[in-house]
Design a protein around this ligand. Structure first.
Ligand code: ADP
Ligand code: MG
Length: 261
């Protein structure tokens, strides 16, 4: 379905203080692809996502969603197709109850209140927080807030889901749950994270960003196993690809036996 394709061409962006955060990034994503975007702090990952969403506008280059260029004029249409979960859920939740926050997007589509309710309840159920629907978002725990922020995006039924550091600050159980959720989202996903084990599990393709440029773009299994590349970009191999902590073997602990000597 080519109309869901995302294409980024020679994107450049500098903040008002002239700091160049994105320096000629180009890539394209097919519908249904799951792409991890990794890189050290300050590499330009969040800026790239904000450009994709049209929250920041590039000084040079362009972004196409299907055949539509992201501009001020096309933003309302673009936002119906792309949903972004921000790094900090507090930037996303601003209503008095979780229900109201999750209903905010669908209400903008001028759906009937009945349709809005159906979407809200489905999204809350999906992330497992129907019991929190009448709670005030600012009183929730970190994991609950993130679940509410994800529900607020899912209720808009986007074709492309963009997530900035979705597992940051989650306890292991909430992280697993969130990963299961992302796995079940069958449309295009772009996920930035320092959680390289999550990227390893969720994304078949990984883009490495360094100094606002793409340092590598390829199959996740190859990128994350490339020790020299990871080191040069201020990253470490995910646990799943590190040597066995007991005997130093290249294979993962569950794939080999230690000698008893
Ligand atoms: N609002 C801002 N004003 C000026 N510089 C910024 C702003 N936000 C981010 N930057 C700078 O842009 C660069 C890229 O930042 P960011 O996209 O947040 O990186 P990442 O998400 O990879 O950690 C960094 O050097 C950062 O300091
Ligand atoms: Mg960031």
């Amino acid at each position: 379905m080519s109309h869901h394709k995302l294409e980024v061409r020679e994107l450049h962006f500098a903040y008002p203080d002239r700091h160049k955060a994105v320096n000629g990034i180009s890539f394209s994503a097919r519908h249904g692809e799951s792409i991890g975007i990794i890189g050290a702090n300050g590499a330009g990952k969040s800026t790239l996502l904000l450009l994709l969403m049209g929250i920041l506008l590039p000084q040079k280059g362009m972004i196409l969603v299907g055949d539509v260029e992201v501009t001020k004029k096309t933003l309302p249409m673009i936002r119906e197709r792309m949903g972004m979960v921000f790094q900090n859920p507090d930037d996303q939740l601003f209503m008095t109850t979780v229900y109201e926050d999750v209903a905010f997007g669908p209400r903008n589509y001028k759906l009937s209140e009945k349709e809005v309710e159906a979407r809200v309840m489905t999204a809350l159920d999906h992330v497992g927080i129907t019991h929190l629907k009448d709670r005030a978002p600012f009183r929730l725990s970190g994991g609950e807030k993130r679940a509410a922020a994800i529900a607020a995006v899912l209720s808009m039924q986007p074709d492309i889901l963009i997530m900035d550091e979705p597992s940051a600050g989650l306890d292991p159980k909430s992280r697993r749950r969130m990963m299961g959720l992302l796995q079940s989202f069958e449309h295009t996903k772009l996920i930035t994270s320092h959680d390289l084990d999550m990227i390893y599990d969720l994304c078949e393709r990984t883009i490495v960003v360094k100094g606002g440029e793409i340092a590598a773009d390829g199959p996740t299994v190859e990128i994350l196993a490339d020790e020299a590349l990871m080191d040069a970009c201020g990253l470490e191999l995910p646990f799943a690809l590190q040597n066995c902590p007991v005997c130093g073997s290249k294979a993962m602990p569950q794939q080999h036996q230690h000698s008893k000597k």
